[in-house]
Ligand binder design. Structure first.
Ligand SMILES: Cc1cc2nc3c(=O)[nH]c(=O)nc-3n(C[C@H](O)[C@H](O)[C@H](O)COP(=O)(O)OP(=O)(O)OC[C@H]3O[C@@H](n4cnc5c(N)ncnc54)[C@H](O)[C@@H]3O)c2cc1C
Length: 379
C-alpha cells in the first residue's frame, strides 16, 4: 500500500488550494440567488470543471483519486462551498455521464463547452414524489419518430437557474419500473423547459437551485444517454462519482475547520492560559483530527477502488456517510470552540455547519447510505 502522492497530484492540490483561497471567498449575503459567473469561468480556466473529462474533449483526464484531491484543495481553501458544490454537480452528475454514455455527436457538441465552463450542466432526477425512492419518478419520455417528448416536474435542480444542459431522467416504459428509466441530455434553453423560483438554502449559498418543469419537450434521439431503459444504471454510476469526489470538498472544509480551531485554541486565553491547554478543548481538537483522517482515508480508498474499475458501492457509501456526518460534527466543533464568536453570523464561523448540513441529504441521505452498507454486508 502506497500513501504517497505523485508530483502531479501534489501540484494540482496546491494549485486548487491557492485558487480557492484567492477566488472562492463566499456569497454576497444580501443575495444568495446570484451566480458568480466570472469565478465559474475562472474555475473552468483552472481545469476544475473538466477535471476528469477526457483530454480529447477539453478535460484534464484525471482519475477519480486525483479529481478528489483537487476538489479537496478547493474545499479547503474556499470560505463557503457553494460554487465548489455547483462545479461538482456540473462535472460529476452531468458531464461525466455524457463522457461515459453519450453518443459521439453529443460528446462533440457539449463536452468542450462544459469542460471550459462556457456552458453549465445540471442533473435532474428528484421529483416531489421521488426523493430517496428516486426510481419511482413520474416524468415520462414518449418516443416520437427519432425524437422523444418529455413531460414532468423536477423538484431540486442544483445549477437549475443557470443551467444550459440538464441531464433528465425519465420513464420510457413505466411498466418496467427501474428498467424503464432512460437518461436524456436536454438543452435547457429550448421550448417547453421552464424554471421555478430559486430556493433559499440553509447553506451552500453560492450554488443556485430551483425546480424545473418540462412540457412537451422534444429531445432528439442522439441526446439519449446509453440504451433505452439504461437510465437507472447511469444514475447509479454518476452517484458513485459524486459520492466519491464531491465529498472531498467537505474533507477539505474539515481540514480548514481544524486549522481555524487550532489557531483559536492557541490564541484565546481563559483562566490564565490558552484554551487549548484545557484538556476538554484539546480532546475536542484530537477528536476533530481523528474524524477528519478517518473520513479522508475512507474517501481516498473509495476513489482508488473506482479507479481500479471495481464495484466500489460499499466503500463509496462508507465514505459518503463518514465524510458528511463528520463534516456536520466539525462544523459544530468550530462554533463550540469559538464560544460566542462562533455563533455571530458576522464572523462566518457558522458557514461550515450550514454547508455541511446539506451533505447529510444530497447524493442519498445518511439513512439510505446505511441501507446500502447493510446491503453490502449481505443483509
Ligand atoms: C442542497 C441540495 C441539492 C440538491 N441537488 C439536487 C440535484 O441537483 N438534482 C436532483 O435531482 N436532486 C437534488 N437534490 C435532492 C436530493 O437528492 C433529495 O433531497 C434527497 O435524495 C432526499 O430526498 P427527499 O428530499 O425527497 O427526502 P425523503 O426521501 O422524503 O426523505 C425524508 C427522510 O426520510 C428518510 N427516508 C426515506 N426513505 C427511507 C428509507 N427507505 N429508510 C430509512 N429512511 C428513509 C430520509 O433518509 C430522510 O431522513 C438536492 C438536495 C439538496 C438538499
Amino acid at each position: 500500500m502506497d500513501f504517497s502522492w505523485t508530483d502531479e497530484q501534489s501540484t494540482l492540490h496546491e494549485q486548487a488550494l491557492e485558487f480557492a483561497r484567492a477566488r472562492l471567498r463566499g456569497r454576497d449575503d444580501d443575495d444568495d440567488r446570484s451566480f458568480a459567473r466570472a469565478t465559474w469561468r475562472a474555475l473552468g480556466d483552472f481545469g476544475a470543471l473538466g477535471a476528469c473529462l477526457p483530454r480529447a474533449h477539453g478535460g484534464l483526464g484525471l482519475d477519480a483519486l486525483t479529481t478528489a484531491r483537487v476538489v479537496e484543495g478547493l474545499g479547503h481553501g474556499a470560505r463557503e462551498l457553494g460554487l465548489v458544490f455547483s462545479a461538482c454537480a456540473h462535472l460529476l452528475a452531468c458531464a461525466v455521464p455524457v463522457a461515459e454514455h453519450g453518443s459521439a455527436q453529443l460528446q462533440r457538441e457539449v463536452l468542450p463547452a462544459l469542460a471550459s465552463g462556457e456552458q453549465i450542466g445540471a442533473n435532474a432526477i428528484t421529483e416531489a414524489g421521488a426523493g430517496s425512492d428516486v426510481f419511482s419518478l413520474r416524468t415520462t419520455a414518449r418516443r416520437d419518430g427519432d425524437d422523444y417528448v418529455l413531460d414532468g416536474a423536477k423538484s431540486y435542480v442544483t445549477n437549475g437557474p443557470v443551467a444550459d444542459q440538464l441531464l433528465v431522467y425519465a420513464s420510457t416504459n413505466p411498466a418496467h419500473g427501474y428498467l424503464g428509466i432512460s437518461a436524456f441530455l436536454v438543452d435547457a434553453r429550448q421550448a417547453g423547459v421552464t424554471r421555478g423560483e430559486p430556493f433559499h438554502k440553509t447553506g451552500l449559498g453560492s450554488s443556485p437551485i430551483c425546480p424545473v418543469y418540462l412540457r412537451d419537450v422534444r429531445v432528439p434521439g442522439y441526446r439519449r444517454l446509453g440504451a433505452e431503459g439504461g437510465g437507472a444504471a447511469i444514475f447509479q454510476r454518476s452517484m458513485a462519482w459524486e459520492r466519491a469526489c464531491l465529498f472531498a470538498a467537505f474533507v477539505g472544509a474539515m481540514a480548514r475547520d481544524l486549522e481555524l480551531c487550532l489557531e483559536h485554541a492557541r490564541g484565546r486565553q481563559q483562566f490564565r492560559k490558552p484554551i487549548g491547554r484545557h484538556q476538554a478543548v484539546a480532546h475536542r481538537l484530537a477528536d476533530m483530527k481523528l474524524r477528519l483522517e478517518g473520513a479522508r482515508l475512507l474517501l481516498y480508498r473509495a476513489c482508488w477502488r473506482l479507479d481500479r474499475g471495481e464495484l466500489a458501492a460499499l466503500d463509496i457509501s462508507l465514505a459518503k456517510l463518514a465524510v458528511s456526518e463528520a463534516a456536520v460534527q466539525s462544523g459544530l466543533d468550530v462554533i463550540r470552540l469559538h464560544g460566542g464568536l462562533g455563533y455571530m453570523s458576522e464572523t462566518g464561523l457558522d458557514n461550515g455547519l450550514r454547508d455541511a448540513l446539506g451533505s447529510l441529504i444530497f447524493s442519498g441521505t445518511s439513512e439510505i447510505q446505511r441501507d446500502l452498507i447493510a446491503r453490502g454486508l449481505g443483509l
